[in-house]
Design a protein around this ligand. Structure first.
Ligand code: AGP
Length: 612
């Protein structure tokens, strides 16, 4: 939830760190700060965005070739200057930046206070840097060993970088539960929460693994050890995406860029994993665990937010096609309700960031109870990807907008492949039917391109309803999870209250909400329950609700009833979520823009929720 950047090398550190923090602002933007070593330690920090931090820094005061920077999403202590990172140790010799949460910071703080430490902030991070200093003093040991010993005392999640005023030739980085990437440049090193601050300088990176720390030296030497003090040989990976994929690419916002990237993202997610003509599907990890997957008595899909919605579509698909029981669980509930899990279960964890704390914790519990874990993540080398026995990356590319769009659609395309491969293995789907669906899946990107052409019409609808106080989203079957996702999109970027509901469920209460001020978005592309959804539209119309209906091209019945019709290309019913979500993403985007909201960085939200 915070962004951290470190640099050591022969260039000016300040511009590299500041630019890197701006690329990481989607992870949190409550406050920002930087520490530089230039003979002494120079620290600047400020509540607000990175630009606000830049505003307080006098030109000429930033000469240094080693430094650390941080952009924060508050977990302990409100977003103000004092709580902004970096935090210094009591002596002023150590500076730390931290992404994560120290759960046992209170007893540690008490212990340190008893030893004379005085704290200036409300943060857990300040406790950590003083714990490191205390260990270094009492154990009379090197800083990197003090970091290691201190982290063994810590309960919680962290990605940290530590700077030592007395040693301008070294950075120390460590992680547990929060991501950390080391960029290996020409006589220079970069450390960051993800690769976006690094990629314009080098594509060679090392992903720190769980409970590992790195000692990075200016002379080009670096080593990685576990918190158990075991040396690890670093595995250098080459980054797949280029810088422009991170930039907005000419779109006004990352979110709009990512909505329009969905055709390509889905193509990328399917590439090399299916062949309609030959009728095969090949997903990473499925084949090596095929026995356990084929014999699974149940699938449990666990996720949060949008990823939970794609998981719900997964339930419908797997049960419909492969005839295996599926349960979809909110990870934050699953991890605490003492669920019944055993070695006959397969748990599918869905997470764009691969760092969502609740989802990570949920799979750890499932692992302890012998279930097989299959991870569906977008971020390469992320914690959930590493914690899984097997899995597939969605290959959506970096999703910078906080509101998930292309990650959702690539999750749905992959979970569709999982359901189809399972059905193939179990023989529950005739080959001819499988091929028909695969051919249609190959057509989906083109059909999304076609749907995107409706953008202007959707913008007009947005202008009519941008001041509504509430929205209802209704759908049946495969479109019910889409109704939930459409409502979430609107809520999280326009701050309008919206609710997704099964269309037939309206009669059990929510229909009392309907009046002329209630816009109701119907997902009405169903073939199997079409007449039912027509009745639901009539029920709303009879109560003067304003009806925005997403229908298949050429629909006539609902056209006669709705106030606004959005005609999307027809597709296989089981693939309809990949199409029907697009107008809802655009509707939410345009309404939010018209309401002056910050669609890429909505208030109170962060891209990756790495705390509970
Ligand atoms: C979706 O638009 C939100 N950003 C949020 O619900 C998100 O899907 C959720 O926090 C899960 O994140 P993950 O996919 O990275 O685990």
């Amino acid at each position: 939830m915070c962004g951290i950047v470190g640099y050591i090398g022969n260039k000016e550190a300040f511009p590299i760190i500041i630019k890197g923090l701006k690329r990481l602002e989607y992870r949190g933007y409550d406050s920002a700060g930087i520490a530089l070593l230039n003979g002494g330690m120079t620290v600047f920090k400020k509540a607000g965005k990175v630009a606000d931090l830049e505003g307080i820094i006098a030109p000429g005061s930033t000469t240094a070739n080693i430094g650390i920077g941080h952009t924060r999403w508050a977990t302990h202590g409100e977003p103000n200057d004092v709580n902004a990172h970096p935090h210094l140790s009591q002596s002023g010799e150590l500076a730390i930046i931290h992404n994560g949460i120290i759960e046992n910071y209170a007893p540690l703080k008490e212990m340190l206070q008893k030893r004379g430490y005085v704290f200036h902030s409300d943060t857990d991070t300040e406790v950590l840097v003083n714990l490191i200093e205390e260990v270094q003093k009492t154990e009379k040991t090197s800083l990197d060993n003090a970091v290691r010993i201190a982290l063994n005392e810590v309960v919680g999640a962290y990605a940290i970088v530590v700077l030592n005023r007395n040693n301008p030739d070294q950075l120390i980085a460590a992680r547990k539960g929060s991501p950390l990437v080391i960029g290996i440049g020409e006589d220079e090193f970069f450390v960051a929460s993800d690769a976006s601050p690094i990629i314009e300088y080098t594509k060679n990176v090392v992903y720190l693994d769980e409970q590992e720390y790195a000692v990075i030296n200016r002379d080009g030497q670096y080593n990685i050890r576990t918190l158990g003090n075991i040396e690890k040989s670093p595995e250098i990976k080459e980054l797949e995406f280029s810088l422009e994929t991170i930039e907005k690419g000419g779109f006004e916002h990352f979110m709009l860029k990512e909505i329009y990237e969905q055709p390509k993202a889905i193509e990328d997610s399917l590439r090399g994993r299916m062949n309609a003509r030959q009728g095969w599907i090949k997903l990473g990890g499925i084949n090596e665990y095929i026995k356990r997957i084929d014999n699974a008595e149940r699938f449990i899909i666990t996720a949060c937010g949008t990823s939970w919605h794609s998981g719900l579509i997964g339930e419908y698909l797997i049960e419909d096609l492969a005839r295996v029981p599926v349960e979809v669980e909110y990870a934050s509930e699953f991890r605490y309700r003492n669920p019944i899990i055993n070695e006959n279960d397969v748990v599918i964890a869905i997470s764009q960031s691969g760092e969502t704390a609740d989802t990570l914790a949920a799979i750890e519990i499932a692992k302890e109870r012998q279930a097989l874990i299959y991870g569906l993540c977008n971020v390469i080398g992320s914690s959930i990807a590493r914690a899984s026995n097997a899995g597939s990356y969605t290959h959506a590319g970096p999703e910078i907008g906080v509101a998930s769009t292309k990650a959702f659609s690539t999750q749905v395309s992959l979970i569709t492949l999982i359901a189809l491969q399972l059905a193939q293995v179990k023989g529950t789907l005739p080959t001819s039917r499988l091929r028909t669906i695969l051919y249609e899946l190959e057509n989906i990107p083109k059909k999304i391109e076609e749907t995107l052409l409706l953008d202007a019409q959707i913008k007009e609808i947005a202008a009519i309803y941008k001041d509504a106080s509430n929205f209802l989203y209704l759908g049946r079957g495969y479109n019910f999870p889409v109704a939930l996702e459409g409502a979430l999109k609107l809520k999280e970027i326009s701050y309008i209250h919206a609710e997704g509901y099964p269309a037939a469920e309206m009669k059990h209460g929510p229909i009392a909400l309907i009046d002329e001020n209630m816009p109701v978005v119907f997902l009405a592309t169903n073939q199997s329950a079409y007449e039912k959804i027509v009745s639901n539209v009539q029920e709303v119309k009879a109560r003067k609700g304003k009806i925005i209906a997403v229908v298949h091209k050429g629909d006539t019945q609902i056209r006669a009833l709705a106030d606004h019709i959005i005609e999307v290309p027809e597709t296989e019913e089981i693939l309809s979520p990949l199409i029907t979500i697009v107008p809802l993403q655009l509707l939410a985007y345009h309404i939010a823009i018209m309401r002056g909201c910050n669609v890429d960085q909505p208030r109170n939200l962060a891209k990756s929720v790495t705390v509970e």
